[in-house]
Design a protein around this ligand. Structure first.
Ligand code: KG4
Ligand code: ZN
Length: 338
């Protein structure tokens, strides 16, 4: 069998990424993170698309060079069609379309959230792939979903957030604490040495398998306002314990719903995906669940948790095998449900 080479492009938010896969193996995975947003405390769409325009050519060139292949060997181009920021998506979409036209190879559109899930099928000796059907908890800056995955292309959302995404909950809490954007990884870092039971934040009561995180953010804001009134140094003196307590609450919310989802579906294969699955607390909770609840759990390698093109490439590979191609008139889609 001739190997399949996929060039994948991801530009849905603030990371410009390109990857080359040979079948299900990653030959290269280049990510250019945009530092520009840090000073604004969040992603500025206009700046993001401009940075993508600057980054995309060097990032793609680097991905091909590192893969040590010639452009002419490529079998197809896969790209993120959505969901994401329209201006950002447009850069990757139009680049992929023109490259597929220029090289005269098929074009494959990929749903970003599906890719976070199918990242588990990247061939990597440090990862094993879940067996169908499995449950996927996708947690990122824009999404929080529980998905029942019956097959590569047969997925059903069985629960989701009614307001903020879990990544937003991390980032907004961090902002209240005066930490720079994106604050999720910083909360994780400070939480490592803190006492998760020092402060208590309520777990919201939400129906079915759905989530809500906006109340938590408000609770944290009031909690900080209340305590800094008497002691302006309250945050500094308690940062590790505050972060540990916030992280504990968020993980408790996620794990309670996962337990409910397992009970409801009878599926004990559980995988996580998306940027927040880089969080050490959720990784530990999922690992512990194997022994505690008898689940089989799957945690991606760090480089496949946050936004990356390798996960777009693995979807591209499976679509290529099934000859699921896109036409040249395909457009980016900011809201794109899996
Ligand atoms: O999937 P992703 O890279 O981009 C989106 O599609 O949104 O996720 C980014 C989100 C951000 O909210 C970021 O703060 C969060 O993932 N994140 C973390 C950690 N690493 C990234 N949150 C908590 N702990 C982490 N270690
Ligand atoms: Zn993402």
């Amino acid at each position: 069998h001739k190997p399949i080479y996929i060039l994948a492009i991801e530009s849905s938010c603030d990371d410009t990424s390109a990857a080359v896969l040979m079948n299900d193996k990653v030959l290269s995975n280049v990510v250019a993170t945009q530092a520009i947003h840090e000073e604004y405390g969040g992603v500025v769409p206009e700046l993001a698309s401009r940075a993508h325009q600057q980054n995309i050519v060097p990032v793609v060139d680097q991905a091909i060079a590192r893969a040590n292949i010639d452009k002419k060997q490529l079998s197809a181009i896969a790209f993120t069609r959505g969901p994401g920021l329209m201006g950002s998506l447009l850069v990757g979409t139009s680049f992929a379309k023109s490259l597929s036209l220029g090289l005269d190879i098929p074009l494959i559109e990929v749903n970003h959230m599906k890719a976070h899930i199918l990242a588990h099928f990247i061939a990597d000796e440090k990862m094993t792939s879940p067996k169908f059907p499995f449950l996927a908890l996708t947690i990122s800056g824009g999404h929080t979903q529980v998905v029942q995955v019956n097959d590569y292309f047969d997925m059903k959302i069985i629960g989701q957030t009614l307001d903020d995404a879990v990544g937003e909950a991390f980032d907004k809490s961090a902002k209240i604490l005066g930490l720079p954007y994106p604050g999720g990884p910083l909360i994780d870092k400070h939480a490592a040495n803190g006492n998760p039971h020092k402060f208590e934040f309520p777990i919201p009561k939400v129906k079915d398998l759905n989530f809500s995180f906006s109340g938590l953010k408000t609770n944290i804001l009031y909690f900080i306002q209340r305590n800094t009134k008497d002691n302006p140094n309250f945050i500094n003196e308690n940062l590790e314990d505050i972060c540990a307590s916030i992280q504990y609450t968020i993980i408790e919310i996620l794990m309670r719903k996962l337990k409910k989802a397992v009970k409801q579906t009878g599926i004990k294969e559980v995988a996580i995906g998306g940027g927040v699955s880089a969080n050490s607390g959720i990784r530990k909770a999922l690992t512990d669940a194997q022994e505690k609840y008898g689940w089989k759990t799957y945690i991606p390698q760090f480089q496949y948790c946050t936004d990356n093109a390798a996960m777009i490439g693995i979807v591209g590979y499976h679509k290529f095998k099934n000859e699921i191609f896109s036409k040249q008139d395909i457009t980016a889609q900011a809201r794109y449900v899996i």
